[in-house]
Ligand binder design. Structure first.
Ligand SMILES: O=C1O[C@H](COP(=O)(O)O)[C@@H](O)[C@H](O)[C@H]1O
Length: 244
């Protein structure tokens, strides 16, 4: 089962990050009140770190028991731990490591320092996901590139349509760095809530294609929908090609 996209237009990029952060904090409080130890998947890119910084500004983030929250990444650049271009490094720098997470529940994608290849990294990450219950994410946060990519699944790239897998190695990525590891569409779709965070005029076409449900050759984002909800949190500049 999957849900039709809902679009929420915010005034600007900061409001997208703030809106996503407030939504995440409230969702985590509700999930924990219902007895759930939540699983959240983070993203890299321009809004991936902005939302982390915004979470720290939401006073109610102190009402979340972060020690029970499991953290994942939808994709990672295949670079050594601590590399400044890794998504998790950028999320850490934005304040992820100040939330009070249990390091054992922060599931980082192995880099070349901890795996023999991107394929090995994808296998290791898949095993970790499988070991946690097969990847049933409460919240999947995704950025969207101007080319319509989500995670590291690029339209037209051979890795994009990988099936029967949790994670896949991506080589020759159109966006640097060339080697990456990504969750597959199948895995991304095993999420109760999928939230796309997008800002900028250069992403107007990607937002239109994603919301319209364009085919995979035009949009990876359109292939991912949440089981309970699919929400596009966009700024005015990236919403200009949507119907009024
Ligand atoms: O390379 C990546 O790009 C996307 C989108 O990034 P943005 O800077 O255009 O917002 C991101 O979601 C993904 O995690 C990252 O690896």
């Amino acid at each position: 089962m999957s849900t039709a996209p809902i679009v929420v237009v915010h005034p600007d990029k900061q409001s997208v990050a703030d809106g996503g952060a407030a939504r995440l904090v409230t969702t985590l409080i509700d999930l924990q009140a219902a007895g759930r130890a939540p699983h959240v998947s983070l993203t890299g890119g321009s809004l991936g770190s902005a939302i982390i910084a915004s979470i720290l500004e939401v006073p109610a983030h102190r009402a979340v028991d972060w020690s029970t929250v499991s953290v994942w990444w939808g994709d990672e650049r295949y670079l050594p731990a601590g590399d400044a271009d890794r998504n998790d490094t950028q999320n850490d720098a934005a304040g992820l490591d100040r939330l009070g997470l249990d390091p054992a529940k922060v599931h980082r994608v192995p880099g070349p320092d901890a795996s023999s290849s991107a394929e090995d990294s994808a296998d290791q990450y898949s095993a970790t996901v499988r070991g946690s219950g097969g990847g049933e994410f409460d919240v999947m946060i995704l950025g969207v590139g101007p080319d319509g990519h989500v995670a590291s699944l690029f339209p037209g790239h051979p890795a994009q349509l990988t099936t029967d897998a949790i994670a896949v190695a991506v080589h020759d990525s159109p966006k640097p760095p060339p080697d990456r590891v990504s969750l597959t569409f199948e895995c991304l779709g095993r999420s109760d809530r999928v939230w796309f965070l997008v800002a900028g005029a250069d992403k107007a076409e990607a937002v239109r294609n994603g919301v319209d449900g364009a085919g995979p050759e035009l949009s990876s984002a359109a292939q991912v929908r949440g089981i309970r909800e699919t929400i596009w949190l966009v700024d005015r500049d990236s919403a200009t090609e949507l119907p009024a």
